[in-house]
Design a binder for this molecule. Structure first.
Ligand code: NAD
Ligand code: DAU
Length: 329
């Protein structure tokens, strides 16, 4: 298999490349990543087959696609709060970049294209019920709207051009190498530095958490076992209010609850997400394996042991790592 992974220097992408090196050691995996603020060359397992570039660069994409059997598109602007401050780049990368990749894949005769999406395309739930693949798309933020647009574009290439495209929609991931702007790594890093933990609004918003390795296993199953033109939800049946997660993190770290500070709510904040992943379980033979309490303790442990990784992110030092390490090549 000759696989193109995009966004492989990000949180899920770097975990996915590492997972594939272990699970499919004979595959050639090319990793295309722009190294935006969220891309970190220090997260890569190695420098093998790394291409530094933009998924919206049609010429580069045409070159990279030659000889590729399948694509897993993880490259994206991924942070909701940033999409509220500046939506433009979300449309450029998440919509425009996905379209360039789809065209490139089509021209190169790529056999399968996995578009990695999110439960946020469905919008927000009330206190009961779960999203299934037929739930209406009601994205609330510029981020989720750009992801919904990309999903629809990808599915249109399946419908119009007969391309083999599959869309996966996963819930909130946690685990190692997550950028410390997202809830769990931000709270761990702040607690370790004795800083306040900013909880938006009342903190009773609910997210459905899944370990990144379980998501990686689902992506591999989607790549190998899914039906063309289909959408698969991925989730772990693991709903938690934000405040409970933050309190649990403080407990694991042995830090005082007084560090919690309620701050202004996120504009348009989705109240609750919950995923029905029964289709992926039935059709892909996939099931999550990592228990949340074990996964959370292991994740805290990773951030404690890899303090240098997130400290270099916070100081900005990580941004020069690529040049320092690979610059001479
Ligand atoms: P991330 O922000 O950690 O990583 C994104 C990566 O994409 C970075 O390495 C960045 O450099 C790269 N990138 C951004 N723009 C690019 C461009 N124009 N060209 C090439 N590379 C570019 O994001 P993540 O959390 O790892 O999410 C990966 C994907 O999974 C995204 O599509 C996201 O929507 C989706 N997703 C994330 C979650 C989650 O909880 N994190 C859940 C469901 C789906
Ligand atoms: O559901 C999948 C999505 O999960 C992915 O598509 C996104 O890429 C990913 O970023 C994530 O989006 P969220 O907005 O749910 O994740 P975030 O970590 O930003 O926030 C999780 C919850 O915690 C959310 O309700 C907002 C809240 N929060 C977040 C931050 C950063 C706080 O209360 N304080 C904070 O400082």
């Amino acid at each position: 298999m000759n696989l193109l992974v995009t966004g492989g220097a990000g949180f899920i992408g770097s975990n996915f490349v590492r997972f594939l090196r272990r699970e499919r050691p004979d595959w050639k995996v090319v990793n295309l990543d722009k190294l935006t603020y969220a891309g970190n060359a220090e997260s890569l397992p190695d420098a093998r087959d790394f291409v530094h570039g933009d998924i919206a660069d049609a010429k580069l994409v045409e070159r990279v696609m030659r000889g590729v059997d399948a694509v897993v598109n993880l490259a994206a602007e991924s942070h909701v709060d940033r999409s509220i401050l500046g939506p433009g780049v979300f449309v450029e990368t998440n919509v425009g970049g996905t379209q360039v990749l789809l065209d490139g894949a089509r021209q190169a005769g790529v056999k399968r294209f996995v578009q990695v999406s999110t439960d946020e395309v469905y919008g927000s739930l009330g206190p009961t019920g779960k999203f299934n693949e037929n739930s209406p798309l009601r994205p609330s933020s510029p981020y989720s709207a750009s992801k919904a647009a990309a999903d629809l574009l990808a599915l249109s290439y399946a419908h119009t051009f007969g391309m083999d495209v599959v869309v996966t929609r996963c819930s909130n991931n946690y685990g190692p190498y997550q950028f410390p702007e997202k809830l769990i790594p931000l709270m761990i890093a702040n607690a370790l530095e004795g800083r306040r933990l900013p909880v938006y609004g009342d903190g009773l918003q609910i997210r459905d958490w899944i370990h990144v390795e379980d998501h990686c296993r689902a992506l591999l199953a989607a790549l190998e076992k899914s039906r063309a033109g289909e959408v698969y939800n991925v989730g772990s049946d693991n709903e938690w209010p934000n405040l409970r997660i933050v309190s649990r993190l403080l407990e694991i770290l042995g830090k005082p609850a007084e560090l919690i500070e309620h701050v202004k709510d996120r504009p348009g904040h989705d109240r609750r997400y919950a995923i029905d992943a029964s289709k992926a379980r039935a059709e892909l033979g996939w099931a999550p394996r990592i228990d949340f309490s074990d996964g959370l303790v292991a994740t805290v442990d990773w951030y404690v042991k890899n303090r240098g990784w997130w400290e270099r992110v916070r100081t900005g030092e990580y941004r020069t790592y690529y040049e320092r390490n690979y610059g001479a090549r």
